[in-house]
Design a protein around this ligand. Sequence first.
Ligand code: FUL
Length: 500
Amino acid sequence: MISKMNKQTLKYLALLILPAAFFSCHLHQQAPTDINPNAVVPSEELLRYQQMELIGFIHFTVNTFTNKEWGYGDEDPAIFYPEKPDTEQWVLTAKAAGIKELILTAKHHDGFCLWPSKFTEHSIKNSPYKKGKGDMVEEFVRSCRKHGLKAGLYLSPWDRNHKDYGRPEYITYYKNQLKELLTEYGEINEIWFDGANGGDGYYGGANETRKIDAENYYGWDEIFALVKSLQPDIKIFSDAGPDVHWIGNEQGFAGFTFWSTINTDSIVVGKSDVNYLNTGDPEGKDWVVGQCDVSIRPGWFYHKTENSLVKTPQDLIDIYYKSVGRNAVMLLNLPPDQRGLIHENDVQSLFSFRQILDESFADDLAKDAKVTANNYRLASQKFAPENVIDNNSESYWATDDSILPAQLILQLHHEITFDRILIQEPVKFGQRVCKFIVQIEGEFGPETIFEGTTIGYKRLIRIRPVRTNRVSLIVLEANNTVAISNISLFKASEKEGQIF
Ligand code: FUL
């Protein structure tokens, strides 16, 4: 029996099945050719977004020069004077590490704009950089495009510089800035709305504390609609999506169980339930990709004193397994220094992270396995077990309806030693698996080496090395017919270190 089938799915199935049963005997007799999609599935755009897996953040502004994390908003724009900012270096560094998109802080909480906004004086146009003719947003977007990376922008809703922050006039100002950014710089793939809101600040010289009503002040629905009207394919990030949501911490970890569905209407930006965001919601009505943000340094902005505190390649790999490997996207911050360059220590750690990952995932030990299953749909090749090792993420193994447990067996030609398992669901049909185990054929019969919950777009599993010639994936619970698109086995590079 299929367990945990949610109400939405049942309603959806009833809608599909009842008319067929009443109005067409012919239809009723014919088995469906493909698996039924869940009630909640991702758009093509969100599928593509998730497939990027690894994206990057660039935190760069007056804070880089004042040595702060949150600028007060009273900075002299003249302080923003990078010696030789090189957006090519940012993009080429990111690209070499496998990063597919970069997001720049066009405006952080201090309100300083990295582009010459018409609506404020607190911007790069009043800095000595390029004698007031500079535009970091333009340089950034141009380099991203030149090297095939997607460009994203962060526009802090909280603005500690603006005199009207907290009043309705500020919302008009904020929308004007969005219009500038989303009409003058070509295609922007993601806009990032931070949850930090209200508090003390300069506010045009008032130097006071301003609190806002997080639920109503910004009018997020209108802002989201404006953004989509300017750039229909853009992905909007916030605590509440609607396309990409915060994972609930800034350490870069998704929950061990992680669903790509949530109910966005229950979330207030800036006042979200971090545990809810960290696990997603199997009953959720909205498909929203989870995004795990984390900085390569302790702070989000560059501080010289943190040059020795850059995360090690092993730290980054651990985060990768707990973000990309748990069905989410990893967003790694690489903050440029006062020269305007990503620091050598950060580059070194990032590159060796990439190199170690490439080593670990170079050789799929399951690629020549003989794959069988306890069932495959309609006994058709289209759903055959071997589709999970054909190196084609579009093909998949699927069972007939209501087959649980669903068991996939990889029979290897000889014994192998492995310690990493990669599993993927074809999530264009929705996220289905709720509970699974992995078994090997041990000396005394089947041995369970891992007990898991969700899989989703990608699950990466770390175990201690085991030796066997037979590996089984057994799905115990699912909210709909089981389908798996990929399974691979690897022996990780020794350089990954000993984190389980
Ligand atoms: C937070 C901000 O307050 C930090 O400064 C940083 O930008 C981080 C990504 O989001 O909420």
